[in-house]
Design a binder for this molecule. Structure first.
Ligand code: FBP
Length: 256
């Protein structure tokens, strides 16, 4: 079956709104405004994002609002809290079927390559990828090199290893962190072959510096970002969204 990826793209570029930090980091990331999922769904709709990333609990409880927004839903199928220390592992907590039931247009899964537990995550991903693709659902792989074994390795090597892993394991889109320089990121994008690359936003930073980073992301050949905190922790989330879109979709559409 053909994988329905076009729903997540605007002329092959994209901007996803990531909102799975409630589990991954805890509510310490939120304020009175962005702790409310309704405000996040409103932001996704008003900002015309190409997709919104939730875990299944939020998708279940706010199904009506998500459907009404018409923003494609990406369900992250695995997750963990940041309370447990040690070698990172994130196991599956939602099936592809459950994700489709709550209206998912795509599914996501995080793999910590380099972790002692990477084989478990790679195996789980393999099953998810097979099932999702049989149903025509695109798969987004969050690939983050983590754990003792990656300490001291070069950022260039790790970014490219992350994107290449995405290609090798069958991801349609691979999401990585941008940690090196433009040359290294461009190499990582090249290493991904036909797997599309999106970049995480990271911790909230100075707006000007963040937008400079977005320009480099655009230049690298990555198709866009899956951004969370740098948008919804900004006092003017819609305004920063417009600025990001102006860069990401430059010459590609009039979406901004
Ligand atoms: P941000 O743009 O807020 O960094 O979100 C991107 C993201 O990948 C989220 O989807 C995820 O919750 C978080 O980063 C994980 O970050 P980390 O693994 O560094 O805790």
């Amino acid at each position: 079956m053909k994988v329905k990826i076009n729903k997540l793209l605007t002329k092959d570029k994209t901007l996803f709104l990531a909102y799975d930090q409630g589990l991954e980091h805890g509510p310490k990331e939120f304020n009175d405004n962005n702790v409310d999922h309704k405000n996040i769904i409103y932001l996704a709709k008003k900002g015309k994002f190409n997709g919104i990333v939730f875990k299944k609990g939020i998708a279940e409880k706010y199904q009506t609002e998500i459907k009404k927004s018409k923003i494609p839903l990406i369900i992250k199928l695995n997750g963990k809290t940041n309370l447990l220390k040690g070698e990172p592992i994130s196991r599956q907590i939602c099936s592809v079927e459950e994700a489709i039931e709550v209206g998912a247009s795509a599914v996501g899964y995080t793999i910590y390559i380099g972790s002692e537990h990477e084989s478990l995550m790679l195996e789980e991903f393999g099953k998810i990828e097979k099932e999702a693709h049989e149903k025509g659902i695109p798969v987004v792989a969050w690939i983050y090199p983590r754990g003792k074994s990656v300490k001291g390795k070069s950022k260039r090597e790790l970014m490219a290893y992350a994107t290449r892993t995405g290609l090798e394991i069958g991801a349609d889109i691979v999401k990585i962190k941008y940690e090196g320089n433009l040359k290294d990121l461009s190499w990582a994008v090249k290493s991904a072959g036909r797997t599309k690359v999106v970049i995480a936003g990271g911790t909230k930073q100075n707006e000007k510096e963040f937008l400079e980073e977005v320009k480099e992301i655009k230049e690298s050949g990555a198709i866009g970002l899956a951004v969370g905190r740098n948008v919804w922790q900004n006092p003017k989330p819609l305004k920063i969204t417009k600025k990001i879109k102006k860069i990401v979709f430059k010459n590609d559409s009039n979406k901004s």
